[in-house]
Design a protein around this ligand. Structure first.
Ligand code: ATP
Length: 370
């Protein structure tokens, strides 16, 4: 393998207006995206949004009803699954129970008729890559779940595919092992330079491993961007709400200057001040999406805050490094504020029923049309 350098912005996969229908049900709806060489790309979305269907079309187990899929510039429609430079790793791993780890990894290479010395070299390389050297002679039932997962990965990378599809690869692992394995996956992806496409419904997992994330809803891609952009600049209420925790405040926008708006959100309540890149016409419905960590909680009204509202602490969730406060306003709205617990929290700053101020800057949130 060549070591990984910069991602060359060359699309390895192109979905061009791809639709997939099962009877009159549309699982994938006119989808167009590029996935680049050497990318770690995540398909993220709720159950049933079409993630697995996209994978199956790439692998060749399903054909698009409409549109085309290109792999390295070539229409893959006529290429049978076993001749695509694509491999798929399933959640169940599907290891052969009667074969050793070594034989499991070698299986596909033998079937391909690769010369013995090349197989030996290749399997050894895979064992090193996945840190399984010590387990080469063991059978799948003699190793842990995490190790089995690595055998499955080694086996699917042995033939050096251009593209590896991972369908919920870490679903069977417990939380701690899952987190460790995410870093291993990233490391292995980087070392091999293989394009990885991972399917997950776990947003933290997608954000951790992927260089870019596609957020899907009902057969459509809502946004494709880096994890940071998905989190900080979501393009829709759906994406803002799907990724992380968010306060959503709906109102009517009125321009008050270039790129700045007043959001009228409750009768008889001061409008909110918002700076926005997105353009709104006067009176247009807009949603302020503001992350809880952008909301500051204080006992007194802050002197210079662009936005400040008063309320009562309803709930506190202590998360160790963070605490999330649910604060109820006189309007009945509940706003979440999150603080970092950088100091000892034994003297907790605020408690239930405390009257507090919540404040945020004009650019702390993002204004979305829908
Ligand atoms: P999950 O996370 O639950 O696996 P997913 O996002 O991977 O969900 P898909 O498996 O791609 O979703 O399925 C998308 C939709 O297409 C679902 O509503 C599913 O019921 C439907 N579907 C998938 N395969 C078929 C099929 N062979 N025949 C009919 N409907 C199907």
């Amino acid at each position: 393998f060549e070591p990984w350098n910069d991602p060359d912005e060359k699309p390895l996969i192109q979905f061009q207006n791809v639709s997939k229908r099962f009877g009159d049900f549309t699982a994938i709806d006119d989808l167009t995206i590029d996935i680049f060489e050497r990318e770690f790309f995540a398909l993220l979305g709720p159950s049933g949004c079409g993630k697995t269907t996209m994978m199956r079309m790439l692998a060749g187990f399903e054909a698009p009803t409409e549109g085309k899929i290109f792999l390295a510039g070539q229409d893959i429609a006529p290429v049978p699954p076993n001749q695509r430079a694509v491999n798929m790793m399933f959640q169940s791993y599907a290891l052969f129970p009667h074969l050793s780890v070594w034989e499991n990894i070698a299986f596909g290479l033998k079937r391909e008729g690769m010369p013995r010395n090349e197989i030996n070299a290749r399997v050894d390389e895979m064992l090193r890559l996945t840190r399984l050297e010590k387990f080469a002679r063991r059978k799948p039932h003699q190793i842990s779940g995490g190790q089995r997962q690595r055998v499955a990965l080694a086996r699917s990378l042995a033939k050096a595919p251009k593209l590896l599809l991972l369908d919920e690869p870490l679903g069977a692992l417990d939380r701690k092992l899952r987190e460790e394995t995410q870093f291993e996956l990233m490391d292995i992806q980087e070392k091999t330079g293989t394009t990885f496409v991972i399917v997950t419904h776990d947003q933290e997992e997608a954000m951790t491993v992927a260089s870019r994330v596609a957020v899907m809803d009902n057969g459509q891609v809502k946004q494709v961007a880096t994890p940071a952009d998905i989190y900080e600049a979501p393009n829709s209420v759906y994406v803002a709400d799907f990724i992380g925790d968010v306060n959503l405040i709906e109102g009517k926008a009125t321009a008050t200057g270039k790129g700045s708006y007043a959001l009228h959100w409750r009768d008889g309540v001061e409008p909110l001040t918002v700076e926005s890149q997105n353009i709104f016409s006067d009176g247009q419905t807009a949603h302020l999406a503001i992350r809880p960590e952008k909301v500051t909680i204080s006992a007194d009204r802050p002197a210079k805050a662009a936005n400040a509202v008063q309320g009562k602490v309803l709930d506190i969730a202590y998360l160790g490094n963070l605490s999330t406060y649910h604060v109820e306003l006189p309007t009945g709205d509940v706003i979440k504020a999150q603080t970092a617990n950088t100091r000892r929290i034994s003297r907790r700053a605020y408690t239930w029923e405390d009257t507090v101020w919540l404040s945020w800057t004009a650019s702390g949130g993002i204004l979305l049309a829908n």
